[in-house]
Design a protein around this ligand. Sequence first.
Ligand SMILES: Cc1ncc(COP(=O)(O)O)c(C=O)c1O
Length: 378
Amino acid sequence: MQIPFLNLKPQHQMLKDQIMDIVSEAIDNTAFVGGKNVNGFEEDFARFCGTSHAIAVNSGTDALRFALLAAGLQPGDEVITTPNTFIATTEAISQAGGKIVFVDIDERTDNIDVEKLATEVEKRVKSSNRLKGILPVHLYGQMADMDPILEIAQKYGLFVIEDACQAHGALYQKNGESHKAGSMGLAGAFSFYPGKNLGSCGEGGAIVTNNADLAQKAKMYRDHGQSQKYYHDFEGFNGRMHAIQAGILKLKLKYLPEWIENRRQNAALYGQLLKDIEGVIFPQEPEWSKGVYHLYVIKVKNRDDVQKKLAEKGISTGLHYPIPLHLQNAYKHLGYKKGDFPVTEKHAEQLLSLPMFPELTKEEIEYVVSTLKKIIHG
Ligand SMILES: Cc1ncc(COP(=O)(O)O)c(C=O)c1O
């Protein structure tokens, strides 16, 4: 059996005719930038996230960068995030002029450790007084513990921008309330890279917010700082979403709840089967999160060997992420060293992302788990 890590073919085969209609209409109307597709997708995506605004941009990286700038980040301001994320999270901080500060992840959730966050915030407020924001990442599609993060932020006057690039539709549930990923902080950033739970046929991203001022500024950042054509209040970027991608995303958004449900069922089956295999740590949903399983990440000893043997049996897997950001060459200048973030470093050696996509079948999941069991226990 050959099992890909991700298979984008089924959804595109199913939607091919409708996608071709969107492309064809854009060509007939020569409508490539802005217009009804972009406006329509923004309206639908804001409704999906439970926010009053969505601003469609060209990537998740743009969404993070514009959100940070629109939140008022100034050169040299510090922003806290975790070292177990894709580099786009921290690129956005640096490219918005900020300084990256890392806090380790929680052993159980892989998201920011809120106790270590509180300690770091107190330390920074006393020492540098340049701390301006917290950038929690809802990694793998599972919500970071937002209530304590928002409490810490409120106590010290910090903004919170959520990196929800892997978490479209994830829910934070506490005290009888329920909030969608991206809707709890000052703003949330999403990616529509093709492999994401909601993916374009190219690149795409969005900022969501309930703050009208931030929404207005983010719109200007994506369009050269223009308040109206050729009136530039500040320098911005060319970060507009393409109209064809917006049309495709508007179409795919209708299917997203069903795709999320399929991912949840796949995760439940993985969990049911993996619990009998000693030596495998599998994702446990924290009580506050209803995840969307963008990735299904287990932890195993001798990970590289296990990954190689799975590949020999036709099973493709991924690593998210094998080298923590504080140990990347790109961040040598930050002065962090091995040992600074022990949970992230330990997980980086053990983590293994199993195949996960909505159309994965029961038989395929059973094959992955039984193969894994044979590899680990012979
Ligand atoms: C956690 C995280 N943040 C940011 C990004 C950046 O998104 P994009 O690739 O659309 O720029 C991604 C996706 O690659 C991501 O997974």
